[in-house]
Design a binder for this molecule. Structure first.
Ligand code: K1U
Ligand code: ZN
Length: 179
């Protein structure tokens, strides 16, 4: 089990464009394992590889509720190949911007093409939380954060708060450290 450190705003690596995965080899499978360990530990419902400092186009996700069995999903080189015209507003959070939540409008339904861990090409039609989460994670692969979809005023305010905290070496949203 390897729980890795999650990059926190304003870490510049969060703005990198991630590279497509070529061969799905043991290094990729180990990275996916680390991503699940890190995501479940956080806890989160999704994670992009860049959030643990690996600029590869890999996303892990598990949208199962607390009382349901785990439903781990892996998306390698995911691409949006279709988006609905209508939008859905959903409250989003981000493990790289702890304890900050804001409503974001995104296409309500999307079609996603990706490779599974066996290298098989697959497509899914997503709506609801899955559509929101996969769009949030694909954004990460392109160096985009959910705060880029909110007002400049709110975005500048949250960036300022996290930049100040980073300079002071004091994590934002770490409840134990706040007490
Ligand atoms: O990519 C990330 O930073 C993970 C993020 C995914 C996400 C959440 C909500 C909307 C869009 C994308 C998170 O997992 S934040 C934590 C979270 O939402 C959560 C954590 C525990 C239980 C339930 C939800
Ligand atoms: Zn995020």
């Amino acid at each position: 089990m390897a729980v890795r450190d999650i990059l926190i705003l304003p870490d510049k690596r969060l703005r990198l464009e991630s590279e497509p995965v070529g061969k799905i080899d043991s290094a990729v499978r180990k990275l996916v394992e680390d991503m699940f360990d890190t995501m479940y530990e956080a806890p989160g419902i999704g994670l992009a590889a860049i959030q643990i400092g690996e600029p590869r186009r890999i996303v892990t996700m598990d949208l199962a509720k607390k009382d349901e069995p785990k439903q781990p999903q892996v998306f390698i080189n995911p691409e949006l190949v279709g988006t609905s015209g209508d939008k859905n507003i959903h409250e989003e959070g981000c493990l790289s911007i702890p304890e900050y939540y804001e409503e974001v409008a995104r296409p309500a339904a999307v079609k996603v093409r990706y490779l599974d861990l066996d290298g098989k090409q697959r497509e899914i039609d997503a709506d609801g939380l899955l559509a929101t989460c996969i769009q949030h994670e694909i954004d990460h692969l392109n160096g985009v954060l959910f705060i880029d979809h909110i007002s400049k005023l709110k975005r500048d305010r949250v960036i300022k708060k996290f930049t100040k905290a980073a300079k002071l070496g004091k994590p934002v949203g770490n409840r134990a450290a706040d007490e």
